[in-house]
Design a protein around this ligand. Structure first.
Ligand SMILES: CNc1nc2cc3c(=O)[nH]c(N)nc3c(CCc3ccccc3)c2[nH]1
Length: 373
């Protein structure tokens, strides 16, 4: 086990890369999908079962945990790893994105953001310094800079102002983070869909220096085509030898396209959240188990899947427990969707290592086009 945070690339295929992030709490195989554990739990999953799907790292959330149960209480109880019984790496977001998407009444300034809790209306403040302190109290292994995710659409002027404030906040985040061997601080590139601004942001982050870099400001409603247009140049503006994390992405085909464009790390609520609404990901596309067409179907969700849902239950059963709003429905569908995502990532890693990513991607799309999900 290393006491340092290291990233080693083991193979490349075009712009795609596969490698390993080594941390004191364990290794992360890249390209990696990181399940979201917002309130110190991946909903409907026990941590050992999240690990069983193949996940090497989980995500936590500064915004949610600072409101409830508070970072100070989690720290007093031994930190987030002990608190949620996950001893492998945890990445936490810095909170700004969630404030803008969840909180009531908020005021932005150069200092940071003040807002009212969506839980009880109490007043709170987040600044780069406070965000670093919260993430330190939580004990997260990968800390994200406090930034503003520029809303989409934004004019060039709005985007430039927002990005430049995020870069000043990145400076303050780096200063407040301090010297913490084995822990990593990731910078977040902004600049919306403007190439020159993405370049300016990347240069500023490189100047400051981070252990990893995120492409922020995407998956905010711009659509896949525009996202891929940005990814055609933005990732490669970031240091080649450090992990690149595309925040909030995404659907399986978003991930495949982003891996082809040089992204190493992903997070998305889709597999867990949509699982609870009956949406199921399979190699032949997406189905919704709520549909009456499944009520007599004895087949598993996906014949190639090794998860408990596919090994022991029929579509008919899963339809029944979903319709009956049984708790096991959320458990089995979440497990299956997370397993599907992890199997997709291990397929991508193997394909890059073998130098035949193009074949993998062609098969991925062809299988989904077969229909008959
Ligand atoms: C769904 N789309 C989406 N686009 C995002 C852009 C940004 C961005 O530009 N800056 C930051 N800081 N976060 C972003 C997030 C949240 C990702 C997250 C959620 C939960 C836990 C850990 C991490 C985003 N999510």
């Amino acid at each position: 086990m290393t006491q340092r945070f290291e990233f080693a690339l083991s193979a490349r295929d075009g712009r795609a890369r596969t490698g390993l992030i080594k941390t004191p709490r364990g290794d992360i195989r890249t390209p990696a999908f990181m399940p979201v554990g917002t309130a110190a739990t991946v909903k409907a999953m026990m941590p050992e079962n999240v690990r069983a799907t193949g996940a090497d790292i989980l995500l936590g959330n500064t915004y949610h945990l600072m409101l409830r149960p508070t970072a100070e209480r989690i720290d007093a109880l031994g930190g987030l790893h002990t608190f949620m019984n996950w001893d492998r790496p945890i990445l936490t977001d810095s909170g700004g994105f969630q404030v803008m998407s969840l909180s009531g009444l908020r005021k932005m300034s150069e200092e940071g953001v003040t807002f009212k809790s969506h839980i009880d209306g109490s007043k709170h403040e987040l600044t780069p310094e406070r965000s670093m302190e919260i993430q330190r109290l939580l004990g997260s292994d990968i800390v994200m800079c406090f930034d503003e995710c520029t809303p989409f659409p934004a004019t060039e002027a709005e985007s430039l102002r927002s990005m430049q404030m995020s870069m000043r906040w990145a400076n303050r985040s780096r200063a407040a983070f301090g010297d913490r061997p084995g822990y990593a601080l990731f910078g977040i590139q902004q600049g919306s869909v403007f190439k020159d601004q993405r370049a300016e942001s990347a240069e500023k982050l490189r100047e400051i220096g981070f252990e990893g870099y995120a492409v922020g400001g995407l998956a905010v409603g711009e659509g896949q085509e525009l996202m891929f247009d940005v990814l055609d140049y933005a990732p490669e503006m970031l240091p080649d030898d450090r992990p690149r994390y595309l925040m909030g992405v995404g659907k399986p085909d978003d991930i495949v396209g982003a891996v082809q464009r040089g992204i190493d790390m992903f997070d998305c609520v889709l597999p867990s959240r949509s699982g609870r609404t009956g949406q199921v990901f399979t190699r032949r596309g997406v189905l919704n188990i709520k549909n009456a067409r499944h009520q007599n179907d004895p087949r598993p969700l996906d014949t190639e899947c090794r998860c408990p849902a596919c090994q022991h239950y029929s579509r008919a059963y899963l339809h029944h427990v979903f319709r009956s709003q049984e708790i096991i429905s959320s458990m089995l569908l979440t497990w299956h969707n997370l397993q599907y995502y992890q199997d997709l990532m291990s397929g991508l890693r193997a394909a890059i290592a073998a130098g035949d990513l193009a074949t993998f991607v062609a098969d991925f799309h062809a299988t989904r086009a077969l229909g008959d999900v």
